[in-house]
Design a protein around this ligand. Structure first.
Ligand code: SF4
Length: 623
């Protein structure tokens, strides 16, 4: 892999590499990147990998390559905005004792911190409302016109990045930056990343989804609320709040609230059908909202001797108007328009919470391949895409097509783990189809039996919250092992509890299928309830399926099966993380052996020993 990456960098070529777990793929790209002497961006899918690179691999390499300069960049909302802190200091508008304490802690920390990264304040709650008012997000930043610009943590981060050979980011930051640069082509300094010619994408199987979300548009009731609140508090603070602006913000607040209450009802994610009919029925309210945005922008522009922030508000108002118009009126055929309703409840909780939900109007590109081909890959000297799960049936057709990456060299580097002796894959011979009602009780029995054999120490991974809860509740009180369930605590806390609790069993869904590393006996069994096909009535998935079929392809084989293969490889990949790990895998979905397409899954998985005889699993554990 290192040789292939070195050649790709030298010959300015693109490269796709699947490198199995434990192959040392991070060093296999870091070393050639350092030797190339070029400035290279390394983009990872998860924060875990980003941290592992920076805090583990880089210090090791620094010993061998003195003078190496590496930096680590997060999204802007991870950093403190000094100006906002000083503004709030002058006129504190704080809610309750907790916020006052947090404010004091942040103000003290600001005096000494070098990076301004909130991760340095250990006890700041993840969802701190105060932090949301103080972070350095782009919307409220006045850039080089800000009095703090030279001391700003974002400026500092930018400076460090310019001086670095290697810049470690994550896909979210990378695509947020690319999307900003595409929108502001005439402002080459837009965005946060300095110029680059080569990028390594690790965990590249996630690129399609992340790119889709950043090349799309979201307009929510929250964005209107944030804009109104921002304008009102800033102008009050700066001592000039003309009545015209006041009346425009009040009217915008009311009109937006009413408009969002008219959006078609529905829970979760669903397609925004009949936008034309919606406009016919609610054209008055829609046009009224657009007009109020125009009015606010005009009023803002009339303010004499505007504080710098006002230019920002004016730009945001215009952006909101254009984006709302696109969401309601565009007929772009490569875009799916959909609605999402979600509230403050943590995912996985079954309570509805009763509070009113926020409404997000979304536009997502159906196919990102053309955008990526034109705006990313064609402009790069070298893109290396790597992951432990990129190939399907040993080939890269799927990923190449989805991402528009033509002319890339390809390499599959098998893992050096001895899967045939380290892991056994059990598929129960007689379970009903997972789509039938009889499945849950029978699957629960099967899981109980597996857990007795493995003495807990297991991940039970589900494709839906409903199934996770149903099976968990059936087994509760029937097993002698501590049972943990997703949603009970934050993800990392739950994982830590799993690691520390002997014989624990964790019930979880898709967010635990990737980026989770539990080495050793503590994780000896991974059970997956069904083949992880993406939910076909999800609006984005459904639009992709329709588009592929309409184009003469076969969405099931070209898209749904390969995507599920990659997810299954990810899920099972949790088990064997080192040469010493051993354990059992179980897939409770017999379509893998009964349906013709099951073969694609089986030939894409590592060569685990396979059995349908639970007795063999028992013998495996006795050994
Ligand atoms: S430059 Fe922007 S982010 Fe930095 S302190 Fe000023 S307003 Fe805040």
């Amino acid at each position: 892999m290192a040789q292939a990456v070195e050649e790709a960098l030298r010959e300015k070529r693109h490269l796709l590499v699947e490198a199995g777990t434990g192959t040392g793929k991070t060093l296999a790209y870091l070393v050639p990147v350092i030797r190339s002497g070029k400035r290279v961006i390394i983009s990872t899918g998860t924060k875990n990998l980003q941290e592992q690179l920076f805090f583990k691999d880089v210090p090791f390499l620094e010993k061998h390559f003195p003078g190496l300069r590496v930096c680590y960049m997060k999204g802007r909302n991870n950093y403190l905005c000094r100006q906002k802190l000083y503004d709030l200091n002058e006129q504190p508008v704080l809610n309750g004792l907790e916020e006052i304490n947090q404010f004091r802690a942040i103000a003290n920390w600001e005096k000494t911190t070098l990076n301004g990264d909130r991760a340095e304040i250990a006890d700041l709650p993840e969802n701190s409302a105060l932090w949301h008012k103080l972070d350095a997000r782009a919307e409220a930043c006045t850039g080089s016109k800000c009095r703090q610009f030279d001391r700003c943590f974002i400026t500092e981060m930018h400076r460090r990045a310019i001086e670095s050979n290697i810049i470690i980011v994550n896909h979210h930051l990378f695509f947020a930056d690319l999307a900003i640069k595409l929108m502001t082509e005439d402002a080459p300094d837009a965005g946060i990343l300095p110029e680059y010619g080569s990028v390594i994408f690790d965990e590249a199987h996630e690129l399609e989804d992340v790119a889709g979300s950043y090349f799309g548009i979201t307009v929510s009731n929250l964005r209107f609320n944030d804009l109104v609140r921002g304008v009102e508090t800033t102008l009050k603070l700066k001592g000039g709040f003309p009545p015209g602006v006041h009346s425009a913000t009040r009217s915008l607040f009311e009109r937006a609230q009413f408009f969002f209450s008219l959006i078609p009802q529905g829970e979760g994610r669903f397609a925004f059908q009949n936008r034309r009919q919606f406009l016919e029925e609610h054209g008055v309210e829609y046009n009224g909202l657009l007009k109020t945005l125009e009015r606010l922008q005009a009023e803002l522009e009339l303010i004499p001797e505007k504080p710098e922030e006002v230019f920002n508000f004016s730009r945001r108002t215009q952006e909101l108007r254009m984006q709302l118009a696109f969401l309601l009126e565009s007929t772009d055929r490569n875009t799916v328009f959909w609605i999402e309703r979600r509230g403050g409840d943590a995912p996985g909780r079954r309570t509805s919470g009763g509070g009113s939900k926020n409404v997000f109007l979304q536009a997502t590109p159906i196919d990102v391949s053309q955008i990526l081909r034109e705006h990313l890959f064609s402009g790069l000297e070298t893109a290396v895409l790597t992951s432990a799960t990129l190939a399907v049936s040993n080939g890269f057709d799927y990923i190449r097509k989805r991402l528009g990456l033509e002319n890339a060299r390809e390499l599959v580097v098998p893992s050096h783990f001895d899967y045939a002796s380290q892991a056994i894959l059990y598929t129960p011979p007689d379970l009903p189809d997972p789509r039938t009602a009889q499945f849950v009780p029978r699957a629960a029995d099967c899981i109980r039996r597996m857990l007795e054999i493995s003495r807990g120490r297991a991940f039970c991974l589900f494709t839906s919250y409903a199934q996770m809860h149903q099976i968990h509740d059936r087994l509760l009180g029937e097993l002698d092992f501590p049972m943990l369930i997703q949603g009970r605590a934050p993800r990392n806390a739950l994982l830590e509890e799993f690691r520390m609790t002997p014989n624990a069993v964790l019930f979880a869904t898709s967010s635990f299928w990737q980026g989770v590393d539990v080495q050793g006996e503590q994780l000896s069994c991974v059970i997956i309830d069904r083949l992880p096909f993406a939910v076909p009535n999800d609006p984005v998935v459904a639009a992709r399926i329709r588009a592929i079929d309409a184009d003469g392809g076969n969405a099931f084989f070209d898209y749904q099966v390969p995507a599920a293969v990659i997810s299954l490889k990810q899920g099972f990949g949790r088990l064997i993380r080192s040469l010493k790990d051993r354990g059992a895998l179980a897939l409770l979905d017999n379509r893998i052996t009964k349906k013709a397409y099951g073969k694609v899954f089986l030939e894409s998985l590592p060569n685990y020993r396979k059995t349908s005889d639970i007795g063999e699993v028992e013998v495996f554990f006795q050994k």
